[in-house]
Design a protein around this ligand. Sequence first.
Ligand code: GLC
Ligand code: MG
Length: 250
Amino acid sequence: MAKFLFVTDLDHTLVGDDAALSALNQQLQYHREEHGTMVVYATGRSPTLYQALRQQQEMLDPDYAVLAVGTLIYPGNSTTALPEWADYLSLGWDRDAIVAIASQCPDLVSQPQSEQTPHKVSYFLDEAIAPQLLPQLAAQLRDAASNFQLVYSGSQYLDILPKRGNKGTAVGFLQEQLAIAPERTVVCGDSGNDLSMFTPKQSKGIIVGNARPELRAWYQSVQPNHVYLATGHYANGILEGLIQLGFLKE
Ligand code: GLC
Ligand code: MG
């Protein structure tokens, strides 16, 4: 057994089954002490909602917290995000131009102010309308701004982010910072905003058994060899995957 970079989404992936979470925490803590394994949380939550979850759940202190869908990176329990990552995302990102266009769209309902961050503009969007609206919105945005991506998750959340910023690019940044090979990285998730972590083929991935249709659809169409689709839900699915992929012993 050797050191690895453990990256996990929080809602409906790490968190969802308290007994399973506690069993996984024990294994990870042991691996950390014995082998120096690193723990990273990668969530859509803003700092405010992340702190609220930390109060509610028994969670390990992470080595890094990647918040707001990869647009904020915090070392450990620090409350100051890495400025170099913010600078990198700012290049060519025109938030005001994006808000000006998106706010004209009556089907987009703004998320609370706490979820609007310098590199993330977030709405609620009904899943019945999304397939039609997203391409239209992308076309309108392209007229005003070239640097953006649309990320739709959980059948209700729409995030507009800089092209260079998502959970996947944040994990790539951390792999470099920590000098951990993609092959020794495992990412875990359940929904659309986790997809960018699964697409690099060198890293290993675990999709939990309770994953949302949008992530399952990707798995079914791509049939990725580097990703394990668990039967177990939440942290049970993660534990199952870590054993299957050879990161932990049974
Ligand atoms: C979290 C965030 C929300 C975001 C969603 C999907 O729920 O609070 O702002 O839209 O994740 O990424
Ligand atoms: Mg999730």
